[in-house]
Design a protein around this ligand. Sequence first.
Ligand SMILES: [Fe+2]
Ligand SMILES: [Fe+2]
Length: 166
Amino acid sequence: MTVARPSPYSGDGRIRPALENGQGYTFGGQDVIMAGLEWSDDLSVGYGPIDEEHKKLIDLVNDLDAAVSSGQDADVVGGFLEELINYTVYHFRNEERIMEAHGYPDALAHKVQHTELTEAAEDLQTRFLDGDHDLADTLIPFLTDWLTGHIMVTDRALGRYVAGKA
Ligand SMILES: [Fe+2]
Ligand SMILES: [Fe+2]
């Protein structure tokens, strides 16, 4: 059954938690409510091929989120994390190919953001694999917030540019 949820995007680049799903985790002594990302037109960049990959990314964040929230073992959580990072890298490469193919003028700044996220995510993954399993609770808000912010601003500018030239 699908439960309707409001858009997770609050309009300022931050994620609005889905309060009604009643799930969450504790971070730094505070209860953090699960983000519960769901695709909506708010997240569309106006270019179908990129949107389709973003939907898959959101699914993978939610899979990771569900694994952490349901208390799965570290190796299971680690597997979902690996899958998410691999797909993120694949997706970034695809966007970078699109930028190149269209002579996108802001490609460099966009690629810098991809590199920064990849490095930060891989650093968190390394710490997780080294045994810092509490990190799982911080990973999802980080990834959710970053990915959504990047999609809504940076990827949308690219999507509009490419769609306008198509
Ligand atoms: Fe991007
Ligand atoms: Fe993207």
